[in-house]
Design a protein around this ligand. Structure first.
Ligand code: GNR
Ligand code: NI
Length: 173
């Protein structure tokens, strides 16, 4: 059982731009495994390698209710995004307890390698399309709160910094 630590906003490492995965080897398979365990344990629908401080283009996703439809995207690229958009509430495992509206394309096509190194094209809509766009942002060093107003973002930052301080104080008591 390998649990990875999820970086929390405003950790500056969340703004690192990821590099392509060079080879799909045992290290990558192990990392994918640990990322799924970490995502399922945290009850998230997606996790980008950036969030566990690995700055490579790698995502794990499972938007199913039954938590049994894992999707691995290696070196993903969005090759098409619909002009039609929708604003929907988003949350992020790196921004715990915060939910706010973000405008996203309604549907996208993403090209990526799977764990066998096969190139796949996924057409996504609904929650999967939202999740893919949210995760692709992480790989570019972008967190969803950056779409919110500076006022909201600063309030979130202050709240999370205070939360972290409180936790650290509790830990030494
Ligand atoms: O678990 C998650 N839920 C979610 C809800 C709405 C829009 C995006 C997401 S992704 C998030 C997990 C996460 O932080 N992935 O980076
Ligand atoms: Ni996120």
């Amino acid at each position: 059982m390998t649990q990875l630590t999820i970086l929390r906003y405003p950790d500056p490492r969340l703004h690192t731009v990821a590099k392509p995965v060079a080879a799909i080897d045992a290290r990558v398979r192990q990392l994918v495994d640990a990322m799924f365990q970490t995502m399922y344990d945290a009850e998230g629908i997606g996790l980008a390698a950036t969030q566990v401080d690995v700055h490579e283009r790698l995502l794990v996703i499972d938007v199913s209710e039954t938590r049994d439809q894992p999707l691995v995207l290696i070196n993903p690229e969005i090759v098409w995004a619909s002009a039609e958009t929708r604003i929907g509430d988003e949350g992020c495992l790196s921004v715990p307890g915060i939910y706010d509206g973000v405008e996203r394309s309604l549907s996208v096509k993403v090209e990526a390698l799977d764990l066998d190194g096969q190139r796949q094209v996924h057409a996504a809509e609904g929650m999967l399309a939202v999740c893919i766009q949210h995760e692709m942002d992480h790989l570019m060093g972008k967190v969803f709160v950056e779409y919110l107003s500076p006022l909201k973002r600063n309030r979130i930052k202050t709240k999370l910094v205070k939360q972290k301080k409180d936790e650290e104080r509790d830990a030494v008591r």
